[in-house]
Design a protein around this ligand. Sequence first.
Ligand code: ASP
Length: 450
Amino acid sequence: MKVCKFGGSSVASAEQVAKIVEIVMADPARRVVVVSAPGKRGKDDVKVTDMLISCAEAALAGQDCERPLADVVERYAEIQRELKLPGGITAEIEKDLRFRLAGDRSHCGGFMDSMKAAGEDNSAKLVAQAFLACGAKAVYMSPREAGMLLTDDFGNAQLLEESYRNLAEALRKSDGIVVFPGFFGYTKDGRVATFPRGGSDITGSILAAAVRADVYENFTDVDSVYPVDPRLVPEVKEGIAAMTYREMRELSYAGFGVFHDEAVIPAVKAGIPINVRNTNRPQEPGTMIVQSRRVLAGSVVGIASDDGFCNIFVDKYMMNREIGFGRRLLQILEWEGVSYEHMPSGIDNVSVVIRERNFDPECERRVVERIKRDLNPDAVLVERGYALIMVVGEGLYYTVGMAAKTAKALSEGGVNIEMMNQGSSEISMMFGVKAEHRAKAVRALYKAFF
Ligand code: ASP
């Protein structure tokens, strides 16, 4: 059995919904279809989820919601009309939205989640109708009936373990194609709760794990995952055919935007292969993400980069002999609630790399003061404006000279390496460079490895 997830752009218009129907009907193994809310139809369009958030905010502020409500209904009505589906579905969607709007507003988070969830819930109902209209046997499945239980962290809910059993049973009992709304579930006391934004990917991955799917197909609007960001290297043509879970994790950590690496944890834990594919070009095989794969020595799967990092550099003569130095340094960050990303070190100095967004100037002042007071260093320096470049590939583990090749490419590209760190897994090398050298560095590495 295959679980397929279609993102917002794949349900944005009647034309796109028709593609979903065609793709799913082309393969009888595609039994579970998870859908997002309609996304943007073009660059300046607004996602239905964002429209619903504005609508809920207006309601909470006591403003009139007729206009935003009508706009949301129209997004679905347009698809219904163009696909010539029965008009009753649009009336049902409007009724559902009015019901949610009239719901309990005493808990803002709960009210907001109920509104946000309407996007995927109605999308699933509409897509189920589209299948029926084409003669396919399909049903909409409600996450409530399926037992998709979540914690009550509204907007950031987590799955309760027992859901797996419930979902497996509900999906196995069902017949034909099941259309399941992404992004939300229910708390034990029956309230709607949503995952973080982009959470339909989480739903898809949970369902794939629950039914032990042969593959989790994640349909989006790109042919495959590219080894490098096409905005930095426009000439990149060939996508990645296959990569391992570990490679995906390293790449998505450092800015690969295909999906949030946390979203696929359920599928990864269950060892389900993930296939990233394009709704607009379903003939393309896409990128497979698997537990293990055969790798060629010296091959690099991708080069990722991200900026917005800063570096706390601490220097102290004989640091290596001072028991507990590292622990006390990290303890200071822990007290401030700051998580760190990397920690390259030498005998007398250590750097702690953190995301700038987690380290405002006030927090920096307190941390530096505390380091000076508690650790008595020779120097503490905070430098902002760093980019991290990650060179990733299982092949790095087996091959001699990869660091040399990378450093040579960077030096030939005129990039000064400020920091380097080879991950303990040995499948990635991290380089810290000044943010303004990021694009130059990525291009130099792309040229060297691809
Ligand atoms: N519709 C939700 C969002 O825009 C969830 C999703 O599309 O995955 O965040």
